[in-house]
Design a binder for this molecule. Structure first.
Ligand code: GLN
Length: 470
């Protein structure tokens, strides 16, 4: 079931033509949140007053003004590591409890200008570090498809909010799979755009060379529409590539070559997920595409490379949370250094502390060459693997995760097992290429996604194929 059982574009048309009001949509969304959020815990903050006020403003606009807004009246959820002016933004951390940004992220400015209405900020693993949403200072998120299972992470709140029909669209962020993996676990669609397509201005940084904001929704069409809104030129992010995404009609995949990386279909992949991906291969062939085997010889090092680079960047990015400028400050301290120490000890959770320590270690003199520099070199090899593979195919098809969502608590005591669930997603971030997860099947009632990846700026072709398999 999806929000209003129709596409976002259809709902927008209804608002524009006056058959439904933005106020009615917001009430529907708030009622669903009131009914389900206590159990699912998808939202950290629900901004009912702001949403109702904005709906009134939208409903008061002229038909002509509404006609230019491609998300006119659509209730939307925003991951709580994306800054929203005047609305608490915690990044899932105690250290940012009560912090209200004085500005909107670029992607937030864009969705608001397009007529979307933010109804709340969604739960996440603290600072987007996690694969299960069990690392949030605001409690775990439950998978709406089975409330004993994790929703995936770190954008688990956004995925659960869409899957539980509280909103039709959400923004997430993906550093190593955090949009695609929860989308897969909750049975929705999620896109990680090419690095540089969506501005990171206002995204609370985890690992800046990997982070991208992206759309999450019920269908490929809905996500394509949201991508066309959030992609674009922003001089406030120096890594923004000044590209746009145009939401054109889908094209055929006839004659397109779909690469199947041999390394992604070996050991570790469960038979059930393999069978689901096999069905999608057949669908693409039926639509006129050709399957080819490709090789990514260095991806076996992707997890190790990712966790060195991501933690190194995180250790640097998180140094700004010191009790001086944002959020929490420890009481009763005796000196500045003591205040820094106590604030960070109280404010950060276990996983974040672990990653700051690991990142500081791999960057420290004496270890830098052995770990960080080596990881940066392997990252280049992985990027080249994809460049070579894309000489032989237009797109890559793969699983999103080796298995469906695991049960809450199942992997918390084994971080290596937890990190290994990211095996098929982290490489796209290391290489800067786009990836999408689309619902592909079910195992024991739990959804399983299929992933498509494309060369940089190949979103259009990727979505054409995603439409076929969705
Ligand atoms: N699970 C990965 C990590 O913990 C990815 C997180 C993300 O994409 N934000 O780092």
């Amino acid at each position: 079931m999806s929000f209003f059982d129709t596409s976002v574009a259809e709902i927008v048309k209804a608002v524009q033509s006056g058959t439904v009001t933005a106020a009615e949509l917001v009430e529907k969304s708030l009622a669903a949140i009131a009914e389900k959020n206590e159990e699912i815990n998808a939202f950290i903050t629900v901004c009912s007053d702001e949403a109702r006020a904005r709906a009134k403003e939208i409903d008061a606009l002229s038909a002509e003004q509404k006609s230019t807004m491609v998300l006119c009246g659509i209730p939307i959820a925003v991951k709580d590591n994306i800054s929203t002016k005047g609305i608490q933004t915690t990044s899932g951390s105690k250290i940012l409890k009560g912090y209200t940004p004085p500005y909107d992220a670029d992607s937030v400015e864009r969705i608001i200008a397009a007529g979307a209405i933010i109804v709340g900020k969604t739960n996440l693993d603290e600072f987007a570090m996690g694969s299960s949403n069990e690392n949030s200072a605001y409690g775990i998120v439950r998978n709406p498809r089975n409330t004993n299972a994790v929703p995936g992470g770190s954008s688990g709140g956004s995925a659960a909010a869409v899957a539980a029909d509280m909103v039709p669209l959400a923004l997430g962020s993906d550093t190593g799979g955090s949009i695609r993996q929860p989308a897969s676990h909750c049975g929705i669609v999620g896109i990680k755009p090419t690095y540089g397509m969506v501005s990171r201005y206002g995204l609370i940084a985890y690992a800046s060379s990997l982070d991208q904001i992206g759309p999450m929704g019920n269908s490929v069409e809905d996500c394509a529409l949201l991508l066309s809104v959030i992609a674009g030129d922003d001089r406030r992010d120096s890594t923004n590539a000044r590209k746009t995404y145009s939401n054109d009609a889908f094209s055929s995949v006839k004659g397109k070559k779909i690469g199947l990386p041999a390394e992604y279909f070996g050991e570790g992949l469960t038979d059930e997920v393999r069978a689901i991906i096999d069905e999608k291969k057949a669908k693409l062939v039926e639509a006129g595409a050709e399957l080819v085997t490709v090789h990514l010889p260095h991806v076996s090092h992707a997890i190790a490379t990712y966790y060195v680079i991501a933690t190194a960047e995180a250790s640097s990015n998180l140094s700004r949370f010191d009790g001086v400028k944002f959020g929490h400050r420890a009481e009763g301290t005796t000196s500045l250094i003591d205040m820094y120490k106590k604030t960070r000890a109280e404010g950060f959770g276990e996983e974040v502390k672990k990653r700051i320590m690991l990142g500081t270690y791999v960057l420290s003199s004496g270890y830098y060459d052995a770990y960080y520099l080596k990881a940066a070199q392997v990252r280049t090899l992985i990027t080249q693997d994809f460049e070579n593979a894309f000489k032989e195919c237009n797109l890559i098809l793969s699983p999103v995760t080796p298995a469906p969502a695991f049960m809450i608590g199942e992997k918390t005591s084994d971080p290596i097992q937890m990190y290994l669930t990211d095996i098929y997603t982290v490489s796209a971030n290391l290489a800067g290429i786009p990836g999408i997860s689309v619902p592909a099947g079910e195992v024991n009632g739990l959804p399983v996604g299929a992933q498509l990846m494309a060369p940089k700026w190949g979103e259009k072709g990727m979505l054409d194929a995603a439409k076929i398999i969705s």
